[in-house]
Write a new protein. Sequence first.
Length: 312
Amino acid sequence: MLGRPSTPIAPIARKIHGNSMKPFKFVTAALGAATLCLGACDKIGKSGNEQESAAFGAATSNQLNAFIEAHNRLLGPLGFTEKAANYRKADVAHATTEGEFLVDAGWIDKGIEQLKAARALSGASADLNGAADALIASLTAARVHLADLAPYYTSKAYLNDKLARGRKEDPKMLAELDAADADLKRFGEMLDRETVKRDTAALEKLKAEGKVLDYNRRLAMFQANAMVKRFAAAQAPDTSLFALADRDAAIIDEAIAAAHAAAAKSGGKDPAELHYLSSMLGSYRTFKETRRPTHAEHMVGSYNSAVEAATW
């Protein structure tokens, strides 16, 4: 994403897994309850680390952060999601030698390495660690096979055998990708549950301490994350989905206004992410009117920009 300072900050975002919403594709979206306080959060003083430690413990928080970074790597550029999509798009079983074959393992190995490093830490639940173990195993199998097939496709050796090897190995390759895909989804869901618990506790503590600016800017990000995830998880937008999203939008609007007022009262500028969250709401309302996929993508893009802009 963007260059980060040496000390990790809050917006280490969880990304959306897969294309669950049809025909709207949110593959590139950076999401997660992680927007609240993942990492050291030194930029808001001691309260950030103390609130995490009080609720879940520093060890738990550190392992969740590491898992989130690994998850992002797998869903990011050249990661598993992209490489699996490229292979499936080739449709080897029905392709001709004139087809396009973008088959390679990309940076899946880097995601696996990060998962293993995160797994070596402690603090997360046994279920999440177990899901990580399963994901490491299935990703490794898929990566090895993709890497083995890469020279066959990049050198166009398939022209010599008329795709015979490719078709022979296609069922196994697809099965390996499906297995890793399922494990990645399960891991992401478990990771999301644990980070939501932690970050909800962080919000409650900020509110109790009367830290109006920090509370409202994080509430806005938290609710924006929930709002975009609703669409990512849906098969298609409907009236009930937009009704829920309207409630999300109302909370975000109020939080942005409260954060703006608190910043003005202290003589400071609005937090950078507020601009992008307002833009996200504008794209959402346009999307609600038009139902055009491009406006949905703009909504997600603005959320991503808010994640990147946030510095607390």
